[in-house]
Design a protein around this ligand. Structure first.
Ligand code: FES
Ligand code: FES
Length: 157
């Protein structure tokens, strides 16, 4: 039995310690925001925040997470009350199929938590690790800019 703290709540998880966090989030806790994309730590669709840092939940075994603080996109806001970052993604219509978006939002959230006023260059560099197969990267960057109070962008998608 492993206790995981997810979005401020403790959950007792009865699973093999090598189980990837993503499976526990989706299958046991029914937190379906994080997605299975590559399963190899290469696309970012499964990104969550662990102790303030982004983590690929597809390759992070739950054994490594006891006593650590896990945040998922469900912890940011709700459909009725989205967080400012989620609202910015909505306002910029950053999602096409939406598969990458929870991971993108969590990646952006990790940046904003430690640097609430990133430069365009810092946003671009930080967001590079997230892959979007629909190619909405420019809208995603605009959404992050909007979230830090810089709506509009020199780059149009
Ligand atoms: S599914 Fe985890 S990085 Fe692609
Ligand atoms: S919106 Fe489809 S993968 Fe990014």
């Amino acid at each position: 039995m492993i206790t995981l703290n997810v979005n401020g709540r403790d959950y007792a998880i009865d699973a093999d310690p090598t189980t990837p966090l993503l499976y526990v989030l989706r299958d046991d806790l029914r937190l379906n925001g994080a997605k299975f994309g590559c399963g190899l730590g290469q696309c970012g669709a499964c990104t969550v925040i662990v102790d303030g840092e982004t983590a690929y939940s597809c390759i992070t075994p739950i054994a490594a997470l006891a006593g650590r603080r896990i945040r998922t996109v469900e912890g940011l806001g709700t459909v009725e009350r989205p967080s400012p970052l989620q609202q910015a993604f909505i306002d910029e219509q950053a999602a096409q199929c939406g598969y990458c978006i929870a991971g993108m939002i969590m990646r952006a959230q990790a940046l904003l938590d430690r640097n609430p006023q990133p430069t365009d260059e810092e946003i671009r560099t930080h967001m590079q690790a997230g892959l979007c197969r629909c190619g909405t990267h420019m809208r995603i960057l605009r959404a992050v800019r909007r979230a830090v109070g810089k709506p509009g962008s020199e780059a149009k998608a």
